[in-house]
Design a protein around this ligand. Structure first.
Ligand code: ADP
Length: 247
């Protein structure tokens, strides 16, 4: 077999593996959804006293159960989004959208997570309109995923800055934290699905390695770009750009 043939065979095998993995992820996320919905419903019924009044200890246990089910549901939803993105079967409900408003809403939503870790969060607004054509829910998810990572990985007591600006006909959103940073080898790998850096795996920070791959898939589906820059030990900046809406 010639070197070119071996190369083509490897390429086909890699494609087949990718398709197999994508189908596996799609099946798993689909199959997990129904039983999870039932577990959530039973936990809610128990919590609301449908099976009799609960002792304080039982209330605490049921609360833990509900929190865990919610976390699992979010992970299954993430898996589902990843499989849709990878299959290119992603529906966007695009409309004219003020990115400043999206950033403010995402910051509001993630405020409790930042407060819990005593991290300050500051917004630097753009000095001109920042309208894009995009799906609001999906854009919220992109900004929220970046903010969640800053809240998870940055030092407690530090500050995270979200800056919105316009550059070369693009709206630019930058999330800068003063966390542990990311090694130069990991800067692009962190956008692959299920990838977690060694330090994240060794740390107690929970994660599935899906947040950034979802963010990249969603930004690219909107015709934008996303990347990371970092100085190890000093912090990271995640940036994405989207074309300004015409007019
Ligand atoms: P998760 O956080 O669930 O592991 P992500 O896809 O959001 O998954 O991130 C992938 C990896 O990128 C993380 O495991 C971590 O190694 C690294 N990472 C992401 N955001 C940051 C950050 N703000 N600071 C340092 N490392 C980060």
């Amino acid at each position: 077999m010639t070197a070119a043939n071996v190369f083509m065979r490897d390429l086909r095998e890699r494609d087949a593996q990718r398709i197999e993995r994508r189908e596996f992820v799609a099946t798993v996320s689909h199959e997990l959804r129904t039983p999870l919905t039932s577990v959530k419903m039973y936990a809610d019924m128990l919590g609301e006293g449908d099976a009799g009044e609960l002792t304080d200890q039982q209330v605490r246990l049921v609360d833990n159960l509900r929190t865990t089910v919610d976390r699992l549901t979010r992970m299954v939803d993430d898996l589902n989004v990843v499989s849709l993105i990878e299959a290119g079967r992603f529906n966007l409900q695009s409309a004219s959208l003020d990115m400043d408003e999206v950033v403010v809403s995402a910051v509001d939503i993630s405020e409790p997570t930042f407060a819990e870790r005593e991290i300050r969060i500051r917004i630097v607004h753009a000095d001109e309109p920042v309208f894009v054509n995009a799906d609001r829910e999906r854009m919220l998810q992109v900004v929220a995923n970046l903010l969640n990572n800053a809240a998870k990985y940055a030092e407690s007591g530090s500050e995270t800055v979200v800056a919105i600006s316009v550059e070369n006909g693009q709206v630019k959103v930058e999330v800068t934290d003063s966390g542990p940073g990311i090694s130069s080898e990991d800067l692009t790998a962190v956008f692959e699905s299920f990838y977690r850096s060694k330090s994240a795996r060794m740390s107690r920070v929970p994660g599935s390695g899906l947040g950034l791959s979802i963010a990249r898939g969603l930004v690219e589906a909107h015709g934008g770009k996303i990347w990371a820059a970092s100085t190890e030990g000093a912090g990271s900046t995640f940036t994405f750009t989207l074309p300004l809406a015409p007019g």
